[in-house]
Design a binder for this molecule. Sequence first.
Ligand SMILES: [Zn+2]
Length: 244
Amino acid sequence: MRLAETIADLVFPQKLYCNCCGKYIDETRTYGLCDHCIKSMSFNMNNLRDIDNQIYFNSAAAVMGYGLYERQLIFGLKYNGRTHLAREIADILYDALAAQLAEGKECPWIYDDYIVPVPIHARKLKERGFNQAEKIGRYLSKRLDIPMVSNALTRTRETEAQRGLSVMERERNLTDAFEISPKVSMLLKDKKILLLDDIYTTGATSKECAKTLLEAGAGRIDFLALSSAKSKRHENFPCKEGLK
Ligand SMILES: [Zn+2]
């Protein structure tokens, strides 16, 4: 356990305090969340492929919205060193897929051959010490019994920060930013890939990852993220989208 994790665990011992608001809870709560926080989160399987017309994805979904409460889980993992949250997040993803199956809906993710996490910048990796998608993937891999190829994709060049760029600028910024080694290409050839990330924002990064994997010979890409602001609710407000 890294020092930051140890300190975080001393301040917020796992399972004793809500993973979102920090309120005292008993150990039996689902995902380590109190009633208020779990009720405040939106659990929706959002079909991102249709929302964004993502042609490189055979399927694409985020299982939660990206509100104040959902953000606490991701921020806790990414910025506060609370890496045990990766297990809770993997459980949320797993349960969402199980619910799809139980409802008789299509669930291609469970039939994928490999999990590939979306990589982060080498600089960020050095700062943070881990890639959050890989942390989540490690648990999801065990639960789905699908092997993960941790370093399948690497960033070939340092891209500019995406924040503040328009969708088109983001895409241009990321073109040819990822690479696959010949060895990994052979492994992934014609295989079904579960491309995993924590958040789906504009989709520019995951799209470029999917494109790189397909060009290297992968058979199909099923994208899965925990959280996206592009929830179904937004479909009712097309003018809001247009104002960006
Ligand atoms: Zn709470």
